[in-house]
Design a protein around this ligand. Structure first.
Ligand SMILES: [Zn+2]
Length: 310
């Protein structure tokens, strides 16, 4: 483990070598907009998995590549459209081909930099929206030097367009936000039923190391932890919906139990918005408006705005 040494970002991100020349770029504490990335840097090819939310964080990520590779990033993968994973694309433009799922590109183009308005006090820097130039539907295989990297669409889960990066030789999985460690899963913009399906697909890959989209590096036990939360959520949604209680009231009256220790527990309200729609319209219901769900998360927190430490 090495520090990346950026004074612009606090607390400092760090690189953890999870397999030979395969690195997790970890940003504590893993809450809203403070995400992880990855660097695969064998001789002959450098692949970066995700960027970061702010200009300072994205530049620190790019600078850290120089500590593990003599070549610049040649390929950058966006695991999904969310701004914490994509806003830093622009610091790689001109050097890396940016790859994502087709729907990620669509969502990025539609939403632009609107996430920044949710947290106006965050020092975003001079962001510039840069969209992926290569998109795919189902699977795409990268060969980075002697490494095979399989990009697999497993959404809808956290979003419609979740892609994981799987290294079958090293048994390392970069899971994007389909897997979150130490913070609350978030399915508002994807699917609860789809998230449960995706976790089983990821489990079947049989990884030894799982790099979650937020939080510390894990093993496959993280699938059980995320599955436990989502099945618990499903139960709260079913009893709340049957009792005629709305998502906010259901969230307020439920006992989070051990899940109260996860970061950003207010996500339970937004997750219930999604779960209620799936109960009413079927598991593949596409769209749940974000505005009311975010308003309810703030209400759940007693009117205090959501905390972004990016
Ligand atoms: Zn996300």
């Amino acid at each position: 483990v090495t520090g990346s040494g950026s004074s612009d970002v606090n607390p400092s991100p760090r690189l953890a070598e999870v397999a030979d020349r395969v690195f997790a770029y970890l940003q504590p504490d893993g809450g809203w907009c403070v995400n992880n990335a990855g660097i695969i840097a064998p001789p002959g090819g450098t692949v970066v998995i995700d960027t970061a939310a702010t200009e300072a964080r994205a530049r620190a990520l790019r600078a850290s590549i120089g500590s593990v590779s003599t070549t610049k990033a040649q390929v950058l993968v966006n695991t999904h459209h969310h701004g914490d994973h994509t806003f830093g694309n622009f610091v790689f433009s001109g050097e890396a081909v940016i790859i994502a799922h087709e729907l990620a590109r669509t969502e990025m183009a539609e939403k632009g930099l609107s996430l920044t308005h949710l947290w106006p006090q965050t020092r975003w820097g001079e962001l510039e929206l840069v969209l992926p130039s290569v998109v795919f539907d189902d699977r795409l295989v990268l060969h980075a030097g002697d490494r095979r990297v399989e990009l697999i669409h497993v959404g809808p889960a956290h979003t419609t367009n979740d892609v994981v990066a799987w290294l079958p030789e090293e048994r390392v999985l970069f899971a994007g936000d389909v897997v979150l460690a130490g913070c609350t899963p978030f399915v508002l913009m994807g699917s609860l039923a789809g998230s449960l399906r995706a976790l089983e697909r990821l489990r079947a890959l049989d990884p030894e190391v799982v790099v979650p989209g937020h939080g510390p590096v894990c093993g496959p036990e993280i699938f059980d932890a995320n599955h436990a939360y989502l099945t618990w959520l499903d139960g709260i949604a079913k009893s709340g919906s049957a009792g005629g209680v709305g998502p906010l009231e259901a969230a307020r009256s439920c006992d989070l139990g051990a899940f109260a220790d996860l970061l950003d527990p207010e996500r339970v309200v937004a997750n219930l918005h999604r779960a209620y729609h799936e109960l009413a319209h079927g598991p593949d219901w596409a769209y749940v408006p974000s505005g009311p769900a975010f308003a309810d998360m703030v209400a759940y927190n007693g009117g205090v705005p959501l905390t972004c430490r990016a």
